[in-house]
Design a protein around this ligand. Structure first.
Ligand SMILES: *Cc1c(COP(=O)(O)O)cnc(C)c1O
Length: 394
C-alpha cells in the first residue's frame, strides 16, 4: 500500500468541471487583474473568518509582508514571534527591515507560550522600546492561546498580527472581562489575520494565493493601497507598496472550494479520531509516541467547535529520524515540520547562540502523518501498523 502525505486528486476530480467552467469564465471575461471575482471571494472569506474585510493577495508570505508595510513596521522595529514555524513568518519581518524577537513555545501545542511573551515584553519595556507587533502563529491548524495573548497585548498596548496561514476556520475560546467565553475564528482576533492558499493548506488554490483579514476600516484602505504599489488614488503614491494582488483565476477556484471547507475540516477531524483509536489499540499512544494535544477540546464541549482544523497531524516520536526513513521506505508519506528552528538558521547568524529549548525539542521529535480528507480507513490502518512494526522490530 502507498499512503501519500497529501493527495489533492480526489478533491480536484470532485470539482473539476465546476472549476474549469469558472476558470473559463475568467479567461473569456478578459479581466485578468482583481475585478468582481476577487471582490466576491474577499467578501465570502472575510465573513467565513468573522472579519469585516478581506484583501486578497499573492501569497501568505505577501499577506505578512504587506501587513507589516501597512503598519509602517521597518528598520529598528521589533516583532515578537515564535522560532518554531515556517520560515515565512520570520522572513517577512526581516524583509521589511525589522528584527524578530523570539519567545519559546508551549510543549503541548507547539504555539507561542503566553508566559514567555509576557517576559519578552517586560524585558523590552522602558526608553527605546521598539516592539511594534506580536506575531503569533496558529501552527498545524490550532490557534495559539489567544485568550491570554490578546489580554497581554492589550496590557502592553501592542497590536497582534495573526499568522493564520495554517488555520483558516479554526476557533479559539476568548474570555471577556466578566469571564464569559466566546469562540473567535482565526484571523478575527488580531489587527490583521494573514492567510495562505498554498495548495497544501486546508483551503488551497491551483497556485499561490493569500489574504489579509481585518476589521479596521482605516487599515483596510492602506492594505488595499499597499497591494497596488501604495497607490491612492491611481498614479498617486503616498507610500511605497508592491504588486501583491490575488489572481482572479485563483479567486474563482478558492470560492468554489470554500463551500466545501467545513466538510473537509470535519473529515480531517474524523481521521484524527481514528488515528487516536488506532494508536491506543496498538498500545502506542502515550507510552511510545505522543499524539497532538487538542488544547481547547474540554471547553468546546458538546458544541463541536472546530477548535483544530488539522492542517497537519503532528506526532512526537522517539527515534524520529529512523522512524521517518522507515515510513518512507514502506510507502507512508511523512514530513518533519520543522527540522530547524528559525533562530538556528544560517541567514540569521546573530541569533544562532540563542536557546529556545522547547522549540528545539519539538524540532527533534515532531513528525507529520497523512491527515488529508480523502484518506481511507485502510490507509489510516496501514500508517499505524507500519509505525507499530517499526517500534516492535526494535
Ligand atoms: C504556508 C505558510 C506561510 C506562507 O504562505 P505562502 O502562501 O506559502 O507564502 C506563512 N506562515 C505559515 C505558518 C505557513 O504555514
Amino acid at each position: 500500500m502507498n499512503v501519500p502525505l497529501l493527495d489533492l486528486g480526489p478533491q480536484i476530480r470532485l470539482l473539476r468541471s465546476e472549476i474549469i467552467e469558472a476558470v473559463t469564465r475568467v479567461i473569456d471575461s478578459t479581466r485578468y487583474i482583481l475585478g468582481p471575482e476577487v471582490l466576491s471571494f474577499e467578501k465570502n472569506v472575510a465573513a467565513y473568518c468573522q472579519a469585516d474585510f478581506g484583501v486578497g493577495v499573492s501569497s501568505g508570505t505577501d499577506a505578512l509582508v504587506m501587513t507589516l508595510m501597512a503598519m509602517e513596521i521597518g528598520p529598528g522595529d521589533k516583532v515578537i514571534t515564535t522560532p518554531y514555524t515556517f520560515f515565512a513568518t520570520m522572513g517577512a519581518v526581516l524583509r521589511v527591515g525589522a528584527s524578530p524577537v523570539f519567545v519559546d513555545i508551549e510543549e503541548e501545542s507547539f504555539n507561542m507560550d503566553p508566559d514567555a511573551l509576557r517576559e519578552a515584553l517586560e524585558c523590552q519595556q522602558g526608553a527605546g522600546n521598539r516592539v511594534r507587533a506580536i506575531l503569533p502563529v496558529h501552527l498545524f491548524g490550532q490557534c495559539a492561546d489567544m485568550g491570554r495573548i490578546v489580554a497581554i497585548a492589550d496590557e502592553y498596548d501592542v497590536p497582534i498580527i495573526e499568522d493564520a496561514a495554517q488555520a483558516i476556520g479554526a476557533c479559539c475560546p476568548v474570555a471577556d472581562a466578566q469571564g464569559r467565553i466566546s469562540w473567535k475564528k482565526a484571523g478575527s482576533m488580531g489587527r490583521t489575520g494573514c492567510f495562505s492558499f498554498f495548495p497544501s493548506k486546508n483551503l488551497g488554490g491551483i497556485g499561490d494565493g493569500g489574504l489579509v483579514t481585518t476589521s479596521d476600516e482605516k487599515l483596510v484602505d492602506i492594505l488595499r493601497s499597499c497591494r497596488n504599489h501604495g497607490a491612492s488614488p491611481k498614479y498617486f503614491h503616498p507610500r511605497v507598496g508592491g504588486n501583491f494582488r490575488l489572481d482572479p483565476v485563483q479567486a474563482v477556484v478558492l470560492e468554489i472550494k470554500l463551500r466545501h471547507l467545513d466538510g473537509w475540516h470535519d473529515k480531517r477531524r474524523q481521521n484524527s479520531m481514528i488515528y487516536r483509536e488506532l494508536f491506543a489499540g496498538k498500545g502506542l499512544a502515550e507510552t511510545t509516541v505522543r499524539l497532538p494535544v487538542e488544547k481547547y477540546a474540554d471547553m468546546a464541549g458538546s458544541e463541536g467547535r472546530t477548535h483544530h482544523i488539522y492542517n497537519q497531524f503532528v506526532i512526537r516520536a522517539p527515534e524520529r529520524d529512523a522512524l521517518q526513513s522507515y515510513l518512507l521506505e514502506h510507502g507512508v508519506g511523512c514530513e518533519v515540520y520543522y527540522p530547524r528552528c528559525l533562530h538556528q538558521q544560517e541567514c540569521v547568524s546573530t541569533y544562532n547562540d540563542q536557546a529556545f529549548p522547547i522549540a528545539e525539542k519539538a524540532a527533534r521529535e515532531s513528525l507529520a502523518l497523512p491527515i488529508y480528507p480523502d484518506l481511507t480507513r485502510e490507509q489510516l490502518d496501514f500508517v499505524v501498523e507500519t509505525i507499530a512494526s517499526f517500534y516492535t522490530s526494535k
